[in-house]
Design a protein around this ligand. Structure first.
Ligand code: RFL
Ligand code: PHB
Length: 396
């Protein structure tokens, strides 16, 4: 039986938990991170790839920008592809100079872990049976198993950064949380391929056979997604079938070709919109996917997790520094404004670009009209661009 004390007990070593621990350290506030997976697992988990301008700025300002600026791919536009033609949206021109950086989530996670390890930060991987206790008292604690021993972490605040399937959200007593949710009648099959990207920017393709997304991770690695049925079995998708379908949905009338290569990784992800309000109860605060989920079409999930943590770190700095509770009390309310904007944008991109099974021809005509409008109207594509690169952070 081992007991440790810290100011903030953090559950989960995803982007939210790790960045929170790093920002608190920069403000001189102690924390302990408890993660159920191994370090190797969280560093290899392939997920998001697009960092908003504000995310890049925050990581840079907090000393995490070196490799990101060296290896990340800065993109000034995206392409919407439909009817066999591509239409570029010049995001930088439409947003007064903002852009995105394509840099894998697992690279952000590696950089964060390296920074915490270099600062002798307390990161415990491979914990199990974790539960949070006494969250409505002034001395909450976390209990788990670690290295074959019972571990108790006593703290002032518990940060639930344990993702959508974590345990912290469910620790809030019944009747407190209001949940807003939508599931979509499709999923994404994603692959990582050892193939040279043949297009410099991301391509979001609307096609009668379903949505496809062309992305990348480096000059040698392409990341691709296909809309598939929600309960699809990955064994129905041998590599040949995936490439044939990607070619059909992505290739254009003017002869653009996809470069193929060995598939390094593949998986299927369901699509869901979800918000739990409020994101705090007593001494427990939730951040990132633990409190909200967006479908990946707007590339917002990791960026939102990071935006929550920015607000939370600031609120906790005030709480521990000046003993003032105002920002912490307003945490959920402050974050939910940005969250609902991202929820709307992600739902809108998803609705415009996917084929809805059973939809009538009216729905399809509306989607085409919307796509035509977005690529022709400066007002419409400016709206897409400013949401995609990320709206500026409100003042803390
Ligand atoms: P995470 O990354 O899920 O981390 C939570 C951590 O908590 C651990 N955990 C526990 N630890 C201890 N005890 C327990 N009981 C625990 N239960 C869970 C987990 O092991 C994990 O390490 O949540 P976080 O930090 O909030 O970060 C959120 C992001 O990971 C997520 O929003 C994005 O990946 C979403 N997403 C995208 N976001 C973007 O901003 N841009 C994108 O381009 C983008 N593309 C994507 C995506 C997500 C995808 N998938 C696979 C869901 C593309 C895909 C395909
Ligand atoms: C990715 O590169 O994994 C990616 C890019 C854009 C999205 C979703 C995922 O909208």
């Amino acid at each position: 039986m081992k007991t440790m004390k810290t100011k903030v007990g953090i559950v989960g070593a995803g982007p939210a938990g790790l960045l929170l621990s790093h920002l608190l350290h920069l403000a001189g506030i102690s924390s302990i991170v408890l993660e159920s997976r191994s370090r190797a697992y969280v560093e290899q988990r392939v997920r998001a790839g697009v960092l908003e301008q504000g995310t890049v700025d925050l990581l840079t300002q907090s000393g995490l920008g070196d490799r990101l600026h060296r290896e990340g791919l800065r993109h000034h536009g995206i392409e919407l592809r439909f009817g066999g033609q591509g239409h570029r949206i010049d995001m930088t021109a439409l947003t007064g100079g903002r852009a995105i950086v394509v840099y894998g989530q697992q690279e952000v996670v590696k950089d964060l872990i390296a920074a915490r390890v270099a600062a002798d930060g307390a990161l415990h991987f491979g914990v199990s049976d974790l539960a949070v206790h006494d969250i409505d008292s002034s001395s909450p604690f976390i209990r788990c198993q670690h290295d074959g021993d019972d571990l108790t972490v006593r703290c002032d605040i518990i940060a639930g950064c344990d993702g959508f399937h974590g345990v912290c959200r469910d620790a809030i007593p019944p009747g407190i949380l209001k949940v807003f949710e939508r599931t979509y009648p499709f999923a994404w099959l994603g692959i990582l391929a050892k193939a040279r990207p043949t297009h410099e920017e991301l391509i979001y393709a609307y096609h009668e056979r379903g949505f496809a997304l062309y992305s990348m991770r480096s000059p040698e690695i392409t990341r691709l997604y296909l809309q598939v049925p929600p309960d699809e079995d990955i064994s129905n998708w041998p590599d040949d079938r995936i490439w044939t379908e990607l070619r059909t949905r992505l290739e254009t009338d003017d002869g653009w070709k996809l470069e193929e290569g060995p598939v390094l990784e593949k998986g299927i992800t369901g699509m869901r919109s979800f918000v739990a309000e409020p994101m705090q109860f007593g001494r427990l605060v939730l951040a990132g996917d633990a409190a909200h989920i967006v479908p990946p079409t707007g590339a917002k999930g990791m960026n939102l997790a990071i935006a929550d943590v920015r607000v939370l770190a600031h609120a906790l700095t005030r709480y521990f520094g000046d003993g003032r509770n105002d920002l912490l009390a307003a945490y959920s309310q402050t974050c939910l404004k940005r969250i609902w904007r991202a929820e709307h944008f992600s739902w809108w991109m998803t609705s415009m670009l996917h084929i809805f099974p059973g939809d009538d021809t009216f729905g399809g005509r509306l989607q085409r009209s919307q796509l035509d409008y977005v690529v022709r109207s400066t007002a419409a594509c400016t709206s897409l661009a400013e949401n995609y690169v990320g709206l500026p952070f409100a003042d803390p």
